[in-house]
Structure formats: C-alpha cells, structure tokens
Design a protein around this ligand. Structure first.
Ligand code: ADP
Ligand code: MG
Length: 518
C-alpha cells in the first residue's frame, strides 16, 4: 500500500498560554483533495504553517510519503515537495508572471537562459493543469483569480506534489471559485495531493475526498466527504447542533423608510466611487447589496450613515432630505432612528483598546442617560453593557474586559447589540458575519430578521453570497460604484449573482473568459 502523502503525528504547538494545536493527527492520501475545516482560531493555519516550515512544532512528527521529515523552513518544505498558496498573495505586483514564477528558483546562473527555460516550463505546467495565464502580463494588472493561478504555478514550478491552500476562495467571485476547483481537479488527476483549508461547508462538499474537522486546537473528526453532510460538519465544528438556513417568513414590505436618490461620491483624488446610485428600503424588508468588495459598497454605507457627507443626490431618512445643502452628521442620522453596524468593526465599530462597556455606548456617549453634566454615569454605562451582553449572548459577559480580548463573533454581537438595542427604524449592516463563527452567525441572522419582523427597514452589505441569498429578501448587485442588477432573493442563485458581480459581458471580462477557454 502507498504511504500517505502527508502523515502528521501528535503535533503540538503553543503560543504562550494558547495551545493552538493539541496532539493533532492527520493523514492525507496521495492524489486526493483533503479539506480542513474549523471555526476561527481552531488551529488550521497553525497546523499548515508547521507543515510549511513557518513554525516549528513543540512536538510531533511529520512524514512525507512515508518518510520522517524535518521541516524547519519553507526551503525544507519545498524540498520535500510541499507548496503553499497563501491567503494573502506574496507576489511582486510590478513583475511579470514569468518573473514571479521564477523568482528565487532560477534554473541557471544566466538570467536570460533561465528565462527561456522557465518560459518553456511555465507553458508546460499551464497546459498540463489548465492554468492559463499570460507569462508576460504584469502581475498587478491581473484579476485576483489569475493572481492566484500565478501562486499555484509558482508552487508547481518548484516541484510541489503537495499543495496547501489556506482559505483560497475568500477573495474570488463564484465563477473564479469554479475555475479554481477545475484546476484542483486537474491537479488531483495528475497525482498532486491538495490540502484545502476553508470555513465554507459547501466548498468542502463540492470538491474534497475527505474532510478533517478541527475545534479548539484538536482534530475532532475525519470523514469521507461522500458520507457526511453540511449539518454534521457544522455540528462537529461548533460542538452543538446549528441551524444553517435562516429561519424566516416571506417579507411584508411596507412604506419606504430609507431612500437614496442619485448618489454620487468622488474620493479625495477625484475618482468616482459611487455612481448615481438610487435605491429604496421598505419597512419590513431586508435589502441585500452583493458585490465583490471594493465596488462602492463601503462608500454607500458611509454616505447612508452620515459618516461621509452627501456630495451629489440625496438621502431621505425619517422624512428628512439630506443633501449637500442640508448636511447632517452621523449623530444626526442616529437621531433619525438609524442604526449602523460598520463593515470594519475594528476601524469603525469599536476602539479595541476600550473596555466592552465603552464600546457598548460608542456613538451614544453624549446621551443624557450615560452622561451627567460633568462626569460619565459609570453605573449606568456598566449596567447598560451587562444588559446588552445578556440579551445578545456576548461571551464572556464581562463589561470591563478590553474589546480586543473578545473573539470576532462576540465583538460583532456587541456592536450589533449597541446598534439594535434602540430598535432603529432603519438598520444598516456591513458584513454582518465577517470573521464570525457559525454558531454566532446563526444568532446574528436571527436578530436581524426579528428587527425586520418588528417593522424596521434593513440594508445588508455582504461579500458572502450564501448570506445575501439566505438572509435578504431583495438583492441589488454593485459593480464599480453602480447598481448593475436587482432581483428578489427567491429568484437569485450564485450563478446569476456571480455574473453580475463580475459584470460579465463587459470588455474586461471577455478577455478573462478567453484566457480560461484557451
Ligand atoms: P485558524 O486558522 O483555524 O483560524 P489559527 O491557527 O490561526 O486558527 O489560530 C489558532 C490559535 O492560535 C488562535 O487562538 C490564535 O489566536 C493563536 N495564534 C495563531 N498564531 C499565533 C501567533 N503567531 N502568536 C500567538 N497566537 C497565535
Ligand atoms: Mg486561518
């Protein structure tokens, strides 16, 4: 019998008091795609970093193709045939594809000779694995999906027979994800072993042969993918049963509570970020904004929440028209019964150095209930936080703990609690569940739906298509600052939304499609 491509035995790794990996055992069969799934902080990236030589394990053994290997650096890993595609690409943007692939692995001392043989090798790999990329393209000009191909080519060029991909799909459109999976299939067919780290259950089911679940640093189970379900995997990840579908009745939209009319926003260098956007959000509905991040969603939230002043067009909120002649600030917006859960909770939603009780009143600190004439009413501030923590299941329920010391999901619950507590008529939510674990996702979705059912208008911006489709009632897609499509959530699927998100049909996209087809 063939030994496994990778055999990890009793791997332990601690960072100070945190034991990131506890006695982890993992076998990856040669020529298979092995998924590793787990919540944030489960220890997935640590394990992969040990395998790739970024960290050294405190104890344990690594066998590659049955041979005990000492991997102390990425050089050792490459020598053992292990390649890694990083979550954040490590490419040099102004180098060509060819140069990036060769960099650090030149075959000859003459650069010219190296380039000629590297070009041939790159061509061969591209053909063999369906990884078409123009070798002379400037890497920084390529779409994200193509840059990722360059990362894969770079690993294969170095002779990788075992490829680690850590959360590779976070930055991709659904079409790019499909193309990536086709590539992974081609790699598997040719005997490459793939380790795919993700927190997305549907990806595990779509592509892997086997899946290992990690929780709290330990390996809790390995399953043959064909014999498991989303529900079972979610339960293994979280340690309890989780409701994966958002539980809600059809929306009953009432009157318009928030309206954007022809909003255009230019940034400080004069680039149009929001281009003539008009939309309405009704009482009792959740409107979702889908799109690859960076297509105007952030600017839309900024202007709808009063963080950025209206430049052109207007916002109508609570019977009040806000435009460049009637400028209101974020506090005024709040007084018009608007809540805003910021996309980036660390930059806008909280000050991580502040205690939870301070985070719990951010934006409301001047309200008479918290602010006496001279001093803050400390007792009221603390009691308020304790109440929010209880209602929104924030753990640990300690109002004096520094905000930074809560997990992503608990930070998010605290921010959402603060914004929802006053039952705003309009709620804006940016990335409701970014970096949030499955268990907390379920809770957050329930809260948003209950506010909708109480008659509020909710606008959700999310880069997670599954979330937009399951949480929202109506969906708008943004591309390059414009609205490029709208549909009822019931009519939406990943394919339709993905095409709009990539603005398929435009010139820039045709070239990408040709590259794929060739
Ligand atoms: P995952 O990739 O599953 O989200 P990680 O392996 O990144 O999880 O993290 C596992 C645990 O180890 C977390 O509690 C994390 O905070 C901690 N951790 C990871 N890397 C470091 C580090 N370099 N220093 C300190 N703690 C770390
Ligand atoms: Mg990770």
């Amino acid at each position: 019998m063939q030994p496994p491509a990778i055999d990890l035995r009793k791997i332990n790794k601690s960072f100070g008091p945190v034991q990131a990996n506890k006695n982890v055992n993992l076998k990856v069969a040669k020529g298979s795609i092995h998924g590793i799934i787990g919540e944030n902080g489960a220890g997935k990236s640590t394990l992969m970093s040990i395998l790739y030589g970024f960290y050294e394990a405190d104890s344990g053994e690594i066998l590659v193709n049955g041979k005990l290997s000492s991997i102390r650096s990425s050089k050792d890993a490459i020598y053992a045939g292990i390649g890694m595609v990083h979550q954040h690409f490590m490419l040099i943007e102004n180098f060509s594809v060819l140069e990036n692939v060769m960099l650090g692995a030149e075959l000859s001392s003459s650069l010219k000779e190296s380039k000629i043989s590297a070009r041939e090798e790159l061509q061969r790999l591209s053909n063999e694995f369906g990884l078409a990329v123009d070798p002379d393209a400037i890497t920084g000009d390529l779409a994200v999906g193509l840059q990722q191909r360059v990362e894969i080519l770079k690993a294969l060029y170095r002779g990788a027979e075992i490829l680690i991909l850590d959360e590779p799909t976070g930055v991709l459109t659904p079409q790019e994800v499909r193309q990536l999976f086709e590539i992974l299939n081609a790699l598997r067919k040719r005997g490459v072993s793939v380790m795919l780290i993700t927190h997305k259950l549907q990806e595990i089911l779509a592509i892997t042969d086997e899946v290992t679940v990690m929780r709290g640093g330990t390996m809790v189970a390995t399953r043959e993918t064909a014999t498991t379900t989303k529900e079972e995997l979610a339960e293994l990840m979280v340690g309890r049963k989780v409701l994966l579908e958002v539980d809600k009745t059809p929306a009953k939209p009432g009157k318009v509570l928030l309206e954007a009319k022809n909003l255009t926003i230019k940034d400080s260098s004069g680039v149009t970020r929001l281009d003539n956007v008009s939309l309405k959000v009704h009482a009792g509905e959740i409107l979702g904004i889908a799109g690859v991040s960076g297509n105007g969603q952030t600017e839309l939230l900024d202007v709808l929440s009063g963080i950025v002043a209206v430049q052109q067009g207007s916002v109508v909120l609570g019977g009040c028209a806000i435009d460049k002649d009637n400028v209101l600030n974020a506090k005024d917006f709040r007084h018009l019964s608007l809540g805003h859960v910021a996309e980036d909770r660390h930059k806008q939603g909280m000050v991580t150095d502040f205690s939870a009780r301070e985070t719990a009143i951010m934006g409301f600190q001047d309200e008479p209930e918290f602010n006496g004439r001279i001093f803050m009413n400390n007792k009221a501030v603390t009691e308020h936080c304790v109440k929010l923590m209880a209602e929104f299941d924030v753990r640990p329920g300690n109002p004096h703990l520094k905000s930074a010391n809560f997990s992503g999901g608990n930070q998010q619950k605290l921010c959402i609690a603060r914004e929802m507590e006053r039952k705003p008529k309009v709620l804006l939510v940016g990335q409701p569940t970014r970096g949030v674990d499955i268990g907390a996702i379920e809770f957050i979705h329930q809260q948003v739906v209950s506010l909708r059912d109480a008659g509020s208008a909710v606008l959700v911006v999310s880069v997670e298509l599954e979330e937009v489709m399951s949480l929202c009632d109506r969906i708008i897609v943004m591309f390059e600052g414009r609205i490029v499509g709208e549909m009822a959530a019931a009519d939406a699927d990943a394919q339709k939304l993905g095409l709009l998100m990539g603005n398929a049909g435009s010139e820039s996209d045709t070239s990408a499609q040709e590259i794929t087809a060739s």
